[in-house]
Design a protein. Structure first.
Length: 115
């Protein structure tokens, strides 16, 4: 099993920045895919960004040019740098990991962007 612990959420004004962190209980160099989803009230969970073990990453069209995902295997941590935040980015952000064909989720961290 993999435990995931997110941090870094908060309240920020539109145009501001936040950096989310997700620390895994196992070495991230052994985790095939890690990433971030988000879920806003009344909306479906949305994939935001992914990072693979071999160094590939992908971003949702809605965040391209504003968000960056990175992985630090020495710290067993994946990051989501969020710049130029918009009110529509308000959601609970959840870290996930695909490890040995099982999906694991963190508890989530709230991001609120005020206009």
């Amino acid at each position: 099993q993999v435990q995931l612990a997110e941090s870094g959420g908060g309240l920020v004004q539109a145009g501001g920045s936040l950096k989310l962190s997700c620390v895994a209980s196992k070495s991230t160099s052994n985790i095939k895919t890690m990433g971030w989803y988000r879920q806003a009230p009344g909306k479906q969970r949305e994939l935001v960004a992914t990072s693979t073990r071999d160094g590939n990453s992908a971003l949702a069209d809605s965040v391209k040019g504003r968000f960056t995902i990175s992985r630090d295997n020495a710290r067993n941590t994946v990051y989501l740098q969020m710049n130029n935040l918009r009110p529509e980015d308000t959601a609970v952000y959840l870290c996930y990991a695909n490890y040995r064909w099982e999906a694991y989720w963190g508890q989530g961290t709230q991001v609120t962007v005020s206009s």
